[in-house]
Structure formats: structure tokens, C-alpha cells
Ligand binder design. Structure first.
Ligand code: URA
Length: 209
């Protein structure tokens, strides 16, 4: 694999995902939702799993939650296509049910490789399933949102899932504030990549990959 471009590596990984039968979800999907965006992005967003519209279109976050996510990304001063967006699961769970632990485990090697190829400095997890998957342990969203963890030299920023924020006004307020913190983190990383940033927001130092 050495010497291959990021583009090529992601193309090969997508083929691997298209052929994946590690869990039964591939049988019912319309389209694989691999992920999309700028493969050189400093920041990568990770959601839960494709819903109805994502499954239909083969693209992440294209429904109502996607509209909110796009607005939040624009609040960072970025266009949606300037960042990379993926999900914990690449296939839609039936009736949009939550991912099962076995499905998360089965899909993790794809996500891990995807992260390694993109190599973002910041991973923003959207919702508790994404946080659990990336951190390797469950988090209390009420106390962890708006904070980041250090994992393998990356900053893993925890926030709510935009779909949850659409249904609860308080969470919408929280996610908007979290994105202000994320903007500070992003700006500091862009402006001073070698400096230790926002130390006070570090929740915990972790290493699990
Ligand atoms: N919710 C997610 O977690 N991911 C999507 O792609 C869409 C909705």
C-alpha cells in the first residue's frame, strides 16, 4: 500500500467496504454510505449511521440532521465540502434503529483505516455512539460535550448528534456553543499547529489505537 495516494487508498477502502459482509446490514442497504468531503481536511466529523435519505443517496448527512450539521460547519467559517464527514456504520440499520455493539465492532476496522488515511488533527464525534466508538469507552454526554480527549495525537472533540439537537431545544443551544469551542480549537490548530492548544478543555488523555 505504500506509495499510494490518499485518493487511491480511499478508493480501495471503499471497494473493501462495498464487499464487506462482516455484519448483516449490507443485505438491506440501498447504498453504502462511505463518507465524503475534503480528504486533506484538518477536521473529520463522525456520525452514527446512515438514515433513510443517506441510504437512498449514498451520502452522509443529507437529511434534516445534515442540514443542521452543514449550518454548524458553516459557523466554523468552513464550507461543508471543505471538511470530511463519515459515520460509525456504513450501512443503514433497519428503521433507523441504533447501531448494535456487534455492528460497531464489525465496522470499526473500516472506520479506523479511513481515519488513518485522512489523518485529521481533530475528530468531532456526533453523539454517544460515535464518541464510544472513537474513545473506546462510553461517555456521559452531559459532562463530556464541548470537551476534547487526546487519542493517538489527535483531538477527539465530543458533541451531541445533530438529530438529537433537532428534537431538544436545550441540546440545540449546547451543540451551538460546542461548535464555538470547536471553532477556537480549529483556529488555534490552523494558526499554531505546534502549540499546545486549549489545555483547559482536555478531559482526559487516552491511547487505544
Ligand atoms: N445521522 C447520522 O448519524 N449519519 C448520517 O449520515 C445521517 C444521519
Amino acid at each position: 500500500m505504500e506509495g499510494l495516494t490518499k485518493d487511491k487508498l480511499l478508493e480501495l477502502l471503499k471497494k473493501e467496504a462495498e464487499n464487506c459482509k462482516s455484519c448483516p446490514l449490507w443485505e438491506q442497504r440501498t447504498n453504502l454510505v462511505f463518507g465524503e468531503g475534503n480528504i486533506d481536511s484538518v477536521i473529520m466529523f463522525i456520525g452514527e449511521a446512515p438514515g433513510f435519505h443517506e441510504d437512498q443517496q449514498g451520502r452522509p448527512f443529507v437529511g434534516a440532521a445534515g442540514k443542521l450539521l452543514t449550518e454548524l460547519i458553516e459557523g466554523l467559517g468552513l464550507k461543508r465540502e471543505e471538511v470530511y464527514i463519515a459515520n460509525v456504520l456504513k450501512c443503514r440499520p433497519p428503521n433507523n434503529r441504533e447501531p448494535l455493539p456487534d455492528e460497531i465492532r464489525a465496522c470499526f476496522s473500516l472506520l479506523k483505516k479511513q481515519i488513518e488515511i485522512i489523518n485529521p488533527k481533530i475528530i468531532c464525534t456526533l453523539g454517544r455512539h460515535a464518541a464510544y466508538t472513537i474513545l473506546g469507552h462510553s461517555v456521559n454526554m452531559a459532562s463530556s460535550h464541548g470537551k476534547y480527549y487526546e487519542v493517538e495525537g489527535k483531538k477527539v472533540f465530543v458533541t451531541y448528534h445533530p438529530a438529537a439537537a433537532l428534537y431538544h431545544g436545550k441540546l440545540l443551544e449546547n451543540i451551538k456553543k460546542d461548535f464555538e469551542t470547536l471553532k477556537n480549537l480549529y483556529d488555534e490548530i490552523i494558526l499554531a499547529p505546534k502549540e499546545e492548544v486549549l489545555k483547559s478543555n482536555i478531559k482526559e488523555q487516552l491511547s487505544f489505537w
